[in-house]
Write a protein that binds this ligand. Structure first.
Ligand SMILES: Nc1ncnc2c1ncn2[C@@H]1O[C@H](COP(=O)(O)OP(=O)(O)OP(=O)(O)O)[C@@H](O)[C@H]1O
Length: 503
């Protein structure tokens, strides 16, 4: 006789994530019961994702990002890692590489006589989760490989916090899994739009346009126009294209769906499936939409169809219109497949699609045309106005940390001696510290902006530079001109990456 058991199970997947799952166990079940359960199996991942996102806030950090290094540093300080049975020991590989020289976490009291000289750091082993309590919250951390972070091809860290209070949850980020289904990879609090510094009016205009679109469903319906809106953000790397999209999504209260065209295994059918599975209202992002077109040319080269004499043609990634869809990209997505996914019959209504590119002119005109990409926004290298605003925002007076309120001298890790016995610290002159520069901030910011050449450097590089002077804005101003001069110099191969990427 058929038996049906219901069990509540804690499932641990190979990416180390745990899901509380209602399992249906059937023994000797007949075909009809199997058919009954089929939709359940199909929705299993969706259900477990929902349960997971209800109980946990999860943040994903990719290994090449500075934030990964900060979080690993913070993790290595947690007592659980000092006492864990399975840890990876590092002599500071991540400490040295990410500019931790001037980094200090809120909980990091600086050197004590006891731990001043330790130089080994413990970090979680790959795929071996660690769990611990931190300030009354249960934390679950696991280092995972490649696709499990949603950042294809990169190792990363997933950090989940158990919480029943979802008020901090501003938006969820989804990426596709190898089966071309959407999976939630992170839930983040929204990035304030004020933190994105663009020329006046640019982000306000984008926000206004998106808001207007979301209010206009009926308007579109009456005119028979497909209710979709596409935005093409183009310009050099590090100018804020991705950041502004994430910030807009938070502002509009929409979840983010990342479409990675170059993901291994992605093809036209998979892309169409993903696009048609988008929820009715969301922000879909296709980053570096030009990259797939460039791969067409690489493919030809790799098959030996092209030789050195065709160099010029190879370097132009613009496919002729007559060749549309003729070549398959390594990802398996063709241009015609992409065009269909964006506005074919299966394309989801109500979604906002944001595509980014560093090579505007390389895009097929069919991809750029209104109806697919309705609004084109150019992002430029940093203006003096942006440099000044960034400086002000970076050194904005903050709430005094508790230690400083009590009059204790703040201590900052200033350098790490890789050959010596450990880390070196110095006490920060309170007059240098961030909260004390409010009065001079405007003056310093103006001097900083003057030292930065107009439209030559990206905001990302300026931000990276200021990170080196987190607590010393004076020094940041003093050194800015020589740094900008070095930074703007052509690279050894004669090109200038910062200027040469656009169009
Ligand atoms: N306009 C900006 N205002 C504030 N921060 C910025 C701005 N532009 C870039 N940044 C900072 O630089 C980093 C990279 O920015 P982002 O990824 O948004 O650039 P991007 O234009 O999308 O680059 P890419 O084309 O390489 O994807 C982020 O940490 C972001 O905070």
């Amino acid at each position: 006789m058929d038996k049906l058991h219901l069990e509540l199970a804690l499932r641990e997947t190979d990416d180390g994530m745990r899901y509380a799952t209602m399992m249906v166990v059937v023994s000797n079940a007949g075909t009809s019961l199997g058919a009954l359960l089929y939709p359940l199996q199909q929705n299993f991942q969706i259900i477990t994702d929902r349960i997971n996102s209800f109980f946990f806030i999860t943040a994903a950090f990719r290994e090449n990002d500075a934030a990964y290094i900060w979080v690993m540093h913070w993790l290595s300080k947690q007592p659980v890692l000092q006492n864990a049975r399975n840890v990876e020991v590092t002599t500071g590989g991540f400490i040295g590489s990410g500019g931790l020289a001037s980094f200090r976490t809120n909980d990091d009291p600086g050197p004590s006589t006891k731990d001043k000289w330790h130089r080994l750091a413990y970090v979680p082993c790959l795929s071996r989760p660690i769990t611990f309590w931190y300030r009354g919250r249960w934390i679950y951390a696991v280092r995972v490989n490649g696709e499990k972070t949603g950042f294809w091809g990169e190792t990363g860290l997933l950090l989940s916090i158990l919480t029943f209070d979802n008020s901090d949850l501003q938006m969820s980020v989804y990426a596709s899994d190898p089966m071309d289904r959407w999976r939630q990879v992170a839930a983040c609090s929204k990035r304030p739009l004020q933190s994105i510094i663009l020329d006046p009016g640019v982000k306000e205009d984008l926000l206004k346009d998106a808001r207007e679109f979301l209010r206009s469903r009926e308007w579109y319906r009456r005119r028979g126009i497909p209710y979709r809106r596409g935005y093409l953000l183009y310009g050099p790397p590090g100018t804020g294209k991705t950041s502004v999209i994430q910030s807009l999504a938070g502002e509009l209260g929409l979840d983010v769906y990342i479409v990675t065209l170059s993901r291994r295994g992605m093809d036209d059918a998979g892309l169409a499936q993903l696009i048609s599975d988008l929820p009715p209202k969301c922000v879909a992002i296709m980053e570096d939409i030009d990259a797939a077109l460039v791969h067409n040319i690489n493919r030809k080269k790799s098959t030996g169809e092209k030789d050195g004499s065709d160099q010029a043609e190879d370097e132009s990634p613009v496919p002729r219109q007559s060749q549309r869809g003729e070549y398959e990209r390594p990802s398996g997505v063709t241009l015609s497949g992409l065009l269909n996914a964006i506005d074919g019959v299966g394309a989801q209504e109500g979604r906002l699609l944001f595509a980014t590119t560093n090579k505007y002119d390389a895009l097929d005109t069919a991809l750029r045309r209104p109806g697919r990409m309705d609004k084109h926004v150019r992002f430029k290298l940093t203006s003096r106005y942006q440099a000044k605003e960034l400086f002000c925002r970076f050194y904005e007076p903050a709430e005094l940390p508790d230690t400083e309120k009590k009059g204790e001298t703040p201590v900052v890790l200033v350098e790490q001696d890789v050959n010596g016995p450990g880390e070196k610290y110095r006490a920060v002159d309170p007059d240098d510290a961030i909260p004390h520069v409010a009065a001079d901030l405007e003056v310093l910011a103006s001097r900083f902006a003057e030292a930065i050449p107009d439209r030559k450097l990206s905001m990302a590089s300026l931000q990276g530079y200021l990170m080196g002077y987190k607590t010393s804005p004076q020094d940041a101003v003093e050194q800015a001109a020589s740094w900008a001069e070095r930074e703007g110099r052509p690279d050894e191969d004669g090109g200038n990456m910062r200027e040469g990427q656009e169009g």
